[in-house]
Structure formats: structure tokens, C-alpha cells
Design a protein. Structure first.
Length: 183
């Protein structure tokens, strides 16, 4: 702290830009494949049978049954809405040389790195899980197939993640115009 203080103690500003932008964005949802739908139905049916045979199984399996049930509903909704979207409120705040942006997901690291690397801010903070959200996996993560990258754990996939990263960076960088320069 002492080293940092010596560096910044004479770098004081009383009139820094403070700008807040809010935008509701619609991200393409991750589509449920026929195979994922079939898997989810099989799991739900198996759990339902277990609960019928042993009511105590409900205590252990109900949450998992609901988790797979959401995937089934998503697939069925895709039949009438083939390009579903997920609505999310995006906040971007500029305080001096710093940008703070929020999203409702638990992002895979690649998205945050992309936002920070392309930001005009001296320092960019990406705040996650602001509101209801799920994991937001990358294409590579989906190919790996772990818990946080399966369709049941994510409402939005890599296509939506790219849209989110690009839109966030565009808003951040719009706050660094000539009229918003730090004195």
C-alpha cells in the first residue's frame, strides 16, 4: 500500500467523468438438440419412477428432475419459437479511467478477457451474476462437456456470449469520446 500511495498521492482529480449507461439486450439462447432433449426426458422418467417406488427419493432427486425438466420445456418451446432470445439488462459505468460492466451470467474466463483486452479504459471490471443467470460457456467448453458447459446449465451459449462481449465493449468504448476525456 505504501508503494502504491507514493505513486498516486499527487495524482488527484476533483472532476472525473461519471457516466452510467443501461441497455436491455436480447441474446440468442442456446438451442437444445434432439439428443439433449431425449437424454433429459429419459432422466426425468427414471427419476419419476424412482420417486413412485420410494417417496424418500424425492428429497434427493427432485432438484435434478426440475433441472432436466427446464431443458425439456426449452426444447418444446423451440418448436414454436425457433430462435429464442434471453433478455438481459447490461450496465456500464465509467468512473474516471475505470469501466465497470455487469451481466447476469457466470462467464467463462474467455469472455471477460476479451472485454478487458478490447476496452479503452485503463482498468475494466467485469461484474458477473448480477441478476438471474446461468453459466455462459465458450465453444471449447461445450466440446469439453463438463457440468457448467452442458445445455442444462446454460440458457445462452457461445453465440450469445460473443454478442454480449461485443456489445459490452462497444458501450464501454463509447464512454471514451473526446467530450468524456479525463482532464
Amino acid at each position: 500500500m505504501d508503494d502504491a500511495y507514493d505513486t498516486v498521492k499527487n495524482n488527484r482529480h476533483t472532476d472525473v467523468p461519471l457516466i452510467h449507461k443501461v441497455e436491455t439486450i436480447r441474446l440468442p439462447m442456446r438451442l437444445v438438440t434432439e439428443a439433449e432433449y431425449t437424454e433429459a426426458k429419459e432422466v426425468v422418467e427414471k427419476i419419476a419412477t424412482q420417486i413412485e417406488q420410494n417417496s424418500e427419493a424425492a428429497m434427493l432427486e427432485y432438484r435434478r428432475m426440475k433441472w432436466y425438466g427446464v431443458t425439456i420445456k426449452r426444447f418444446e418451446q423451440q418448436r414454436t419459437e425457433p430462435k429464442p432470445t434471453y433478455e438481459m439488462e447490461l450496465h456500464v459505468l465509467r468512473v474516471g479511467d475505470v469501466a465497470i460492466c455487469t451481466n447476469s451470467f457466470e462467464l467463462f474466463t474467455d469472455y471477460g478477457i476479451r472485454m478487458k483486452a478490447r476496452s479503452k479504459a485503463v482498468q475494466t471490471f467485469v461484474v458477473q451474476l448480477v441478476g438471474p443467470g446461468t453459466y455462459l460457456p465458450t465453444e471449447k467448453a461445450i466440446r469439453g462437456g463438463h457440468y457448467s458447459a452442458v445445455v442444462h446449465s446454460s440458457l445462452v451459449g457461445p453465440e450469445g456470449g460473443n454478442v454480449l462481449a461485443d456489445r459490452t465493449v462497444n458501450i464501454i468504448n463509447s464512454l471514451w469520446t473526446e467530450s468524456n476525456r479525463v482532464p
